[in-house]
Design a protein around this ligand. Structure first.
Ligand SMILES: [Zn+2]
Length: 447
């Protein structure tokens, strides 16, 4: 394959590749060679999304999305849009619009088909009574099953995804469509950060997607980060956590902490300090970083994997609901970089927008859907935000990968030179995406 007239930084050149990049320079097409004229579009190494949940994203595409469903009448109508039989699966529920859902409220809306509703944070599922019956919820002994005063489960399940999946049995979503969607955005590799990953699920993702898939997960994985979920109102025993961190480090695994509040961040850094650090330790989200936590973060040597896309997608809710004292410290970026902390932007899809150009635009402008700016001093340049997506899977926020002869041909050709697109990253689009030299996406405009 030969791409002619591609912009690479400050030069225009041609790029020949098979599974690897073969040559860069002024090149003449060989007999029978496929040639694409880039028309000075930028060629970049394929983007890497450092924080994504692939199965949840694939399932979202087959679910009822409750974003914009703001009362129970609308919820009843949303449930009725699926005319089939069997499970109704809803995502992106939030109590600020629909109140505290439980099995009784769902029963009134849908008494027959099993319904499960996922909270926008991903940490809560609500089942109706048909679903409770089908899954054996009333007999589930696990912590995380909320119960009423009489001891009956309310239908609300906290962090019980693995149990729920085991009860429902296989309902594998369409990974082929998901692979196409990611390729359309120029994404050639991802890190799946789901704490529920097991050797089986990792294998399924790697088989099902054209992208290169890196995974973190629990202690059942022998490689990849140990993912530690922290919930401020149910924090684990710190000594047990410290021991788990030390065990992961002893197996040369970094640890990735889910931290969305000040308390969670300080708790994680305290446990990490006690266990000792590993160069690949990461803080996921760092949704709130008060000034006093910055020196602790610097000392920890952790990388921050942030999601500026939330400022756009959820910014209006943050403005209503986040404590005023924390609003200036939401999803910090520039301040962390200035302190020498490596930071990489990522999606957290399906909870945040998957489109990397949307995420980068959000890191630059930090605007909510209604145009308000959240934390103006935390804006970064489009180059800085792009660097996160170009950094190596094992080094989020580290040096940007560059195209060189001999590297695997994981590439994205953009619709214009980056020096133009950086003025308005939302205008960026992939014209073609290649993984190991194989075309996994080509826009109709480029054929
Ligand atoms: Zn996540």
């Amino acid at each position: 394959m030969l791409i002619k007239n591609a912009t690479m930084g400050d030069q225009v050149c041609d790029l020949r590749f098979t599974a690897r990049v073969e040559a860069v320079g002024r090149l003449t097409p060989e007999t029978g060679e496929d040639v694409l004229d880039a028309a000075e579009g930028e060629v970049l190494p394929g983007l890497h999304d450092h924080h994504i949940h692939l199965m949840a994203l694939a399932r979202l595409r087959q679910s009822i999305d409750l974003t914009g469903v703001t009362n129970l009448t609308m919820l009843r109508e949303a449930l009725a849009t699926d005319p089939g039989e069997g499970w109704l699966r809803c995502v992106n529920y939030h109590e600020s619009t629909l109140g505290a859902l439980d099995r009784h409220i769902l029963d009134a809306l849908e008494p027959e088909r099993p319904v499960r509703v996922q909270h926008a944070s991903g940490k809560l599922w609500v089942l109706n009574s048909t679903a409770a019956l089908g899954t054996g919820l009333d007999e589930c002994p696990l912590e995380g099953v909320e119960r009423d005063d009489a001891g009956q489960p309310t239908g609300r399940l906290f962090r019980l995804d693995a149990w729920l999946r085991a009860q429902i049995g296989s309902d594998l979503p369409d990974l082929v469509a998901l692979g196409r969607e990611l390729a359309r955005h120029g994404i050639t590799s991802v890190t799946d950060t789901s704490y529920t990953n097991t050797p089986d699920s990792v294998e399924r993702l790697r088989r099902g997607l054209p992208q290169k898939v890196f995974c973190m997960g629990d202690a059942s994985l022998s490689a990849g980060h140990l993912k530690v979920m922290l919930d401020e109102d149910r924090l684990p025993d710190i000594e047990e956590l410290t021991a788990a961190i030390a065990a992961a480090h002893a197996a040369d695994r970094g640890v990735a902490f889910h931290c969305v509040s000040h308390v969670e961040l300080v708790f994680a850094l305290t446990a990490l300090h006690a266990a000792g650090e590993h160069p690949r330790d990461r803080i996921e989200h760092a949704a709130v970083v008060r000034p006093e936590a910055v020196p602790l973060l610097v000392d920890s040597g952790c990388t921050v994997v942030t999601q500026p896309g939330f400022l756009y997608a959820r910014g209006e809710r943050y403005r209503r609901e986040v404590e005023a004292a924390d609003l200036p410290y939401l999803y910090p970026y520039a301040r962390l970089l200035a302190s020498g902390i490596p930071v990489a932007a990522s999606s957290d899809a399906p909870y945040g927008p998957v489109n990397p150009w949307q995420v980068i635009a959000s890191a630059v402008a930090r605007r909510t859907r209604d145009g308000a700016v959240l934390g103006a001093t935390e804006c970064v340049s489009a180059d800085e935000a792009l660097r996160g997506y170009l950094s190596d899977p094992s080094d989020p926020g580290g040096a940007a990968r560059e195209i060189s002869v001999g590297m695997p041909a994981d590439l994205v050709l953009l619709n214009a030179p980056w020096r133009e697109l950086r003025q308005g990253p939302l205008d960026a689009a992939a014209r073609a995406t290649y993984i190991d030299g194989r075309c996994v996406y080509e826009s109709s405009a480029s054929t």
